[in-house]
Write a protein that binds this ligand. Structure first.
Ligand SMILES: [Zn+2]
Length: 192
């Protein structure tokens, strides 16, 4: 049923069930689920109703309870998003690094995914690094001036030109990776 049609003509105005005034349909919120296709109360009356202290209070109470009951759910979702985005960043960072070393040794990665060649997943890499966080380390300071992913035995001493090279596996073994503050990493240089 075309909701705007009333007695064969297009409805341009209607009476508000609250204030009783006849107003243009533009003064009503569309409600496709209603027979006339519009809210029974005009926007003005709806606004007045919503701004009533008792109604506002009830709404606030409802929202508060809603937030409380959905807190766990929301936190879990946020943790999931966050770890997924960390893992995405880890992947691109590690890929960029490996590309650099392979290209430096005139090799070619052939566009293959690094995690296909590593014996661990992005999640396992994230968890490994997290387990070695020292005081003050978090994913928020995994930055140029914060901490870096350090190769305990330096990657530069383990040249590789492909991801099947044994040195690649040694350099990127989980037990060879640790989070290290940028300052210590730079002073460490290539020393072992
Ligand atoms: Zn009204």
């Amino acid at each position: 049923m075309p909701s705007k049609l009333v007695r064969g003509s297009v409805m341009n105005s209607k009476k508000c069930s609250q204030c009783g005034e006849t107003k243009s349909v533009d003064e009503y919120s569309p409600r496709p689920d209603r027979p006339l296709g519009y809210h029974s109360k005009c926007k003005e009356c709806v606004k007045l109703y919503r701004n009533k202290p008792s109604v506002r209070k009830r709404k606030q109470k409802y929202m508060k309870r809603y937030h409380q009951t959905h807190k766990e759910e929301r936190n879990a979702r946020e943790r999931k998003y966050r770890s997924e985005s960390i893992e995405y960043k880890l992947r691109s960072n590690v890929t960029r690094n490996i590309n650099y070393y392979i290209n430096n040794n005139n090799g070619n990665k052939d566009g293959k995914s690094v995690f296909e060649y590593l014996p661990y997943t992005q999640t396992e890499l994230r968890q490994h690094l997290e387990s070695l966080f020292t005081e003050g380390m978090s994913w928020d300071n995994w930055t140029h001036d914060g901490w870096h992913i350090d190769h305990i035995y330096p990657q530069s001493k383990l040249p590789y030109d492909s991801m099947t090279h044994p040195n690649f596996q040694k350099a990127w073994a989980l037990k060879n990776l640790q989070p290290l503050w940028a300052k210590e990493n730079i002073s460490k240089g290539n020393k072992i």
